[in-house]
Design a protein around this ligand. Structure first.
Ligand SMILES: Cc1ncc(COP(=O)(O)O)c(C=O)c1O
Length: 432
């Protein structure tokens, strides 16, 4: 799939970094792992100089476009005045004010440096607020690398056990066995199972954490009423409802999924599109809950207000507020989704589309997908085959079928046309 410089760099990297990468998710396999040179707008170039229309967008952060001039300019201006002070500055307070203004459920905010940190802190706060330890999460949702929620992110359906009594599966060695005591897992969109678990354990549960859609499993949407049921039952049993908007925040609407679905979680977590690629994350929510931070509840970090992140967020949010950026992405993304749907229909390949125009996915060979267990029934070999053919032709979705296609403001109508031409050709070939 990739050229000789890519292969050589992988061999060099393998000698000094596990799998030759700095995050397991970036390793696609021996000889098929991309190594990047640069990116601009909706495109990236690999180290062999080959250009791609990029639909990975770094797993979601790039909402405006790679190397966005206005954002970069603001960052350059700000970093020349110092990057880190271990003191609070006005710019970061302006960013906090913008998050509060844009996010319907958020009254107070604290920053973090990654989505992992944001969900870790939100879980700490939820446990401290409720005085309880158990976290309920859904199979196929990913909330970062910490031990508290790295459970049942991706395992064969058999390992998850029966739907009525799912087995939490740690997604890594090295997670202490005793953490198992503190986690309950359920299939996403399991209304009946959720009500049953809340009846049995509701009073011991500190937090129910969920992505609004399964942003780490084909962007499977919540069925009508599912997020509302979580809201209702968490209120009834005094649990904290954490909505993990690390992927949906500042992407599917200026106010994220909480605006899109009109739902008010107690806490929400953000990262990714918040900074258009600069390292910043945040969590926030109800004043009553957030106010316990600093009163016997620890939260902090040396880099939590790093200037590149703060300035990146300032410029990104200012642009999102002042221009119809997400509406434009939505229009183009919808055209891409509709076009792909037509291609699969014309070739008699069943395809279920999920997610939102700015962040969508499709599962092949199945009629409906409501949770990771269903999704595992889809034709992932065909999906992967198409991805590899598309990459050869200069269109790059992620190699992992769980990862949605992400659009940015700078993907043009011509990019969408080109992508549809490529898929029309490769799907027809496969059908032949
Ligand atoms: C929903 C969600 N939460 C948390 C995280 C962790 O974020 P990070 O990779 O910045 O630690 C991710 C990363 O993909 C995510 O998609």
């Amino acid at each position: 799939m990739f050229g000789s410089k890519t292969q050589a760099l992988q061999q060099r990297a393998l000698k000094v970094a596990p799998l030759g990468v700095n995050s397991n998710f970036r390793y696609w396999g021996d000889g098929i792992t991309p190594y990047v040179d640069k990116a601009k707008g909706g495109y990236l170039w690999d180290v062999d100089g080959k250009k791609y229309i990029d639909y990975r967008m770094a797993f979601g952060p790039i909402i405006l476009g790679h190397a966005h001039d206005e954002v970069d300019q603001k960052v350059i201006e700000e970093i020349q005045r110092g990057v880190l002070f271990a003191m609070t500055g006005e710019l970061e307070i302006e960013v906090v004010e913008m998050i509060v203004e844009m996010s319907p459920a958020v009254e107070m905010v604290r920053f973090a440096c990654s989505g992992t940190e944001a969900t870790m802190h939100a879980i700490r706060v939820a446990r401290a607020y409720t005085g309880r330890d158990i976290i309920l999460k859904f199979e196929g949702n990913y909330h970062g690398m910490h031990d508290h929620a790295l459970w049942s992110t991706y395992a064969p359906a058999d390992a998850y056990g029966n739907r009525r009594s799912p087995i939490p599966v740690p997604a890594s060695s090295g997670i202490p066995k005793t953490m198992r005591e503190f986690i309950i897992t359920l299939p996403f969109n399991d209304f009946e199972g959720f009500e049953r678990v809340m009846r049995s354990y509701g009073e011991q549960i500190a937090a129910v954490i969920t992505e609004p859609c399964q942003g780490n499993c084909a962007a499977i949407n919540p069925q009508d009423g599912f997020l509302q049921l979580i809201r209702k039952k968490t209120e009834e049993y005094g649990c904290v409802f954490i909505l993990d908007e690390v992927k949906t925040g500042f992407r599917i609407a200026n106010g994220g999924a909480q605006e899109y679905y009109g739902i008010k979680p107690d806490l929400a977590t953000f990262a990714k599109s918040l900074g258009n690629g600069y390292p910043i994350a945040a969590f926030g929510g109800k004043r009553e809950i957030m106010s316990i931070i600093g009163h016997g509840v620890a939260q902090g970090g040396t880099y939590t207000n790093n200037k590149p992140g703060v300035a990146g967020a300032y410029a990104t949010l200012s642009l999102l507020k002042s221009k119809p950026i997400l509406k434009t992405i939505e229009k183009r993304g919808q055209r891409l989704m509709d076009g792909l749907k037509d291609i699969f229909e014309e070739n008699d390949i069943p395809a279920v589309f999920t997610g939102y125009p700015a962040m969508f996915s499709f599962s092949l060979g199945v009629e409906s997908v409501t949770c990771q267990r269903d999704w595992q029934e889809s034709d992932r070999d065909l999906y992967l085959h198409l991805v590899e053919k598309a990459i050869e032709k200069g269109v790059m979705p992620d190699h992992d079928a769980r990862e949605p296609w992400f659009l940015c403001y700078e993907h043009s109508d011509a990019d969408i046309d080109e992508t549809l031409n490529v898929y029309a050709e490769i799907v027809k070939d496969v059908k032949r």
